[in-house]
Design a protein around this ligand. Structure first.
Ligand code: HEC
Ligand code: HEC
Length: 203
């Protein structure tokens, strides 16, 4: 990956003498997104690999919080460290805001409906929670259509495998800076995690 970071860093640096312009115009956020971030997150924020989350249609507020958390090293799961710590270290507050607005305005990826049994189990968990295990309804924060709201991320149209990996990260403590989600997933089985993720992603 070394070559990649060298290239990406050069591209970021080329946008301004001090890394990123202090007050990037809308255009320079677009340039960063299409020239640097797109290598992993895809053109217009729809990526081809589930290692790289889709950013299209993500909540702007959530994107700002995550880029801040990468920059401050608070979000430190292995892929965050490997891919996003370096990226975020190059970004000013103004660049972060511009990128968040850019991605929030892109069209979300269409959700993919999977195996019927899994969808039914996932829908139940998503809409109602699992009372016996103290798991709250995902819809109460992420929205009925998994579109998210403010600091609550969009899950609809996300790669299901990415969502599973994040839920495992909350559960095992590698993505440690999210106390709400750590509590939500505490008692969920791997099967329940997969079903809820697959259903949310399908929206
Ligand atoms: C070399 C590949 C790579 C590049 C380039 C890259 N990212 Fe990422 N990004 C990732 C990976 C991998 C993750 C998932 C990290 C994890 O699993 O915790 C991620 C996660 C994110 C997230 C969190 C999304 C979520 O749903 O929580 C945001 C926001 C983000 N990246 C924004 C950006 C922006 C903006 C840029 C350009 C300045 C960028 N990324 C460039 C690989 C990359
Ligand atoms: C009480 C509110 C709340 C409930 C209920 C909730 N979440 Fe979350 N969820 C959050 C917040 C806040 C975040 C952002 C965490 C952070 O800041 O890193 C999040 C993040 C996530 C992420 C990471 C998304 C990404 O792009 O990286 C996944 C996956 C997720 N939630 C799935 C679920 C599922 C599945 C359920 C139901 C079993 C659920 N959530 C219930 C508040 C909630």
């Amino acid at each position: 990956m070394k070559w990649f970071f060298a290239l990406a860093a050069a591209a970021v640096l080329a946008t301004g003498a001090s890394g990123v312009p202090a007050q990037p115009s809308e255009q320079s956020a677009t340039e960063l997104a299409t020239g640097v971030c797109s290598a992993c997150h895809g053109p217009k924020g729809q990526s081809i690999s589930s290692v790289f989350p889709n950013l299209a249609g993500q909540q702007a507020n959530y994107i700002v919080l995550q880029l801040d958390a990468f920059r401050s090293h608070e979000r430190g799961d292995p892929n965050a460290r490997a891919y996003m710590w370096g990226m975020a270290s190059q970004l000013s507050d103004a660049a972060i805001k511009g990128l968040a607005d850019y991605y929030a305005a892109q069209k979300p990826a269409p959700g993919e409906v999977g195996d019927k049994t899994v969808m039914v189990e996932g829908a139940k968990i998503y809409d109602e929670g699992i009372a016996a295990q103290g798991v709250p309804a995902c819809a109460s924060c992420h929205g009925k259509d998994a579109q998210g709201n403010g600091a609550f991320p969009r899950l609809g149209g996300q790669h299901a495998d990415y969502l599973v990996a994040q839920l495992q990260g909350f559960q095992t403590g590698t993505r440690v800076n999210a106390p709400i989600m750590t509590a939500v997933v505490r008692t969920m089985s791997p099967e329940q995690i997969r079903a809820a993720a697959a259903y949310a992603a399908s929206k």
